[in-house]
Design a protein around this ligand. Structure first.
Ligand code: HEC
Length: 139
């Protein structure tokens, strides 16, 4: 069931990203058409805009965005007994284990907590950034 949600989620995220890229391209083309008689300066502006939009689509995610993408599914709601975001009391027994253990469990998994949350293909750095965002909510 979880595997299926992951596939569905990734599908939604991918199609959202594609829509943005396509939208940016269409917009750039429209601008290019509209400004064509004016000359090179505007045309260059339009392609710069398209490049910026493409760069934004592939830019690295912020810790908050990484948390939302890979951890919030369980930690916002308490799914499967996950300690909740900003729930200091709920996190107390986990925090007592110390940061090193929490980092290791975020990366390698622990009981119902899957390794790297919902993102087995994520880098360690991205997972730790998401963890940092989560832990800041209970410090
Ligand atoms: C599929 C649900 C799920 C997802 C997604 C998830 N977690 Fe968890 N997480 C859990 C559950 C359940 C626990 C409680 C495990 C226990 O102590 O029994 C937990 C516990 C933890 C703990 C405490 C571990 C300990 O040793 O006490 C950390 C740290 C943690 N999660 C980090 C993260 C991070 C960071 C992410 C995103 C990268 C994430 N989790 C995504 C379910 C999830």
């Amino acid at each position: 069931m979880l595997g299926r949600s992951v596939v569905v989620l990734s599908g939604i995220i991918l199609s959202l990203m594609m829509t943005q890229v396509i939208h940016a391209q269409t917009r750039a083309e429209t601008i290019q058409e509209n400004t064509a008689p004016v000359g090179q300066v505007n045309v260059a502006g339009a392609s710069e805009q398209a490049a910026a939009a493409a760069a934004a689509a592939s830019a690295p995610l912020s810790p908050e965005a990484l948390y939302k993408k890979n951890c919030a599914f369980c930690h916002d709601t308490g799914t499967a007994g996950a300690p909740k975001y900003a729930d200091k009391a709920g996190w107390a027994p986990h925090l007592a284990k110390g940061q090193d253990v929490l980092k290791e469990h975020a990366l390698k998994g622990f009981k119902a907590m899957p390794a790297k949350g919902l993102c087995p293909q994520c880098s360690d750095a991205d997972t730790l950034a998401a963890l940092d965002h989560l832990l800041k909510s209970v410090q």
